[in-house]
Design a protein. Structure first.
Length: 352
């Protein structure tokens, strides 16, 4: 059954692809189990995740959910160069849906030259070919039902968690993934009702600019995901900031221009059960200070058991909200002409 009404402009089927996230997460976990050629637990002293855009979110998910429980440091890189510390004791995930993202290919190639153990997560492409030449591991990502990398979050973010579990760096990952799938199914079913949280929220946001506030790594990742999904799907500006850091800088910026910001901005607080008690209080204080200088303040609370379930729950709500923002303005959420133009012009520059 289609998840979008017939009068919604959605040429790539983004609504249906977004609704398939629970099944995508479950399938990705099953496919990643039993991968051979992985390094031993005692051979790894650091973990690095390379990726950009919709693929790069995989690193943010790992940082927010697995890293706090791991005995080795985790670094996420969204650029052309890996950290200088990368060596033969580093496990490097190169995550790219296409396998051809130029920043990720270049950074992974350099990491391989530094001796790192490479795990490529991609649908194929240059990275898949390079993985074999490096003696690395390739975890294939299916493309069916994934019209754009940004709706392939489960397919790209879950395999690194399963790999870490197999190595022994993140025990219990499978259980957390099962709990996340259960929550995603509950949330998805609720969001497919004619009247739902995401559609109502999109209506209240209207044509204002969303500003997401989240707490800690879970809130930071959820806020960034909401921002980028609204950018790409709804083709409109959006911003995000993180508690408690925003209480040390951003909040000072709302002392002026209230006449403008109350027409332009809607504050969206993304809440979860793993906030520090003082952070919870900071949400209240910031809301009190900003109430008169924004168009409205909304709160979205995560549900589910564990950081992974709550993070993916917030992400799914945000993904659907961005699609409803696009729908109510008659915007096709799938195509991303601005990004295509930048890639084309960069390619032209290289060929000159």
């Amino acid at each position: 059954m289609s998840t979008s009404s017939t009068d919604v402009l959605d040429t790539l089927g983004m609504f249906d692809a977004t609704a398939a996230l629970p099944e995508q997460v479950a399938a990705a976990a099953a496919a990643a189990r039993g991968i051979e050629g992985l390094p031993a637990h005692d051979d790894i002293e650091s973990v690095v995740v390379l990726g950009m855009g919709g693929s790069g979110v995989a690193g943010d998910v790992l940082l927010a959910t697995a890293a706090p429980f791991m005995a080795v440091p985790v670094v996420v890189v969204k650029s052309y160069n890996p950290p200088a510390f990368v060596s033969e004791t580093s496990l490097v995930f190169a995550v790219s849906f296409s396998g051809a993202t130029e920043e990720t290919v270049e950074a992974a190639s350099e990491a391989a030259m530094q001796g790192a153990r490479i795990v490529v997560v991609s649908a194929g492409g240059e990275l898949a070919e390079l993985a074999e030449s490096w003696g690395g591991v390739h975890v294939p990502v299916p493309t069916d039902g994934i019209p754009q990398p940004r709706v392939g979050l489960g397919a790209m973010a879950i395999p690194p968690l399963v790999v870490l579990e197999q190595i022994g760096l993140f025990p219990g990952a499978s259980e957390w993934i099962e709990l996340a799938v259960a929550q995603l199914r509950r949330r998805r079913d609720a969001l497919l009702r004619p009247t739902n949280l995401a559609s109502d929220l999109a209506r209240r946001i209207g044509r204002t600019i969303p500003l997401m506030h989240g707490a800690g790594s879970v809130g930071a990742t959820a806020g960034a995901r909401w921002r980028t999904q609204i950018n790409e799907n709804a083709k409109c500006p959006a911003f995000s900031a993180v508690q408690p850091e925003l209480c040390h800088n951003e909040i000072c910026g709302w002392g002026q221009h209230g006449d403008a910001t109350r027409q332009l901005l809607t504050l969206i607080n993304l809440r979860h059960d793993h906030e520090h008690p003082q952070v919870s209080r900071r949400f209240e204080l910031v809301a009190d200070m900003m109430r008169e200088i924004v168009a409205g303040i909304e709160e979205v609370r995560a549900e589910g058991e564990g950081e992974l379930a709550q993070l993916l729950d917030l992400i799914l709500i945000g993904d659907f909200t961005s699609l409803h923002l696009a729908a109510q303005e008659g915007i096709d959420p799938g195509p991303i002409p601005a990004l295509d133009e930048i890639k084309a012009r960069l390619k032209e520059d290289r060929e000159i």
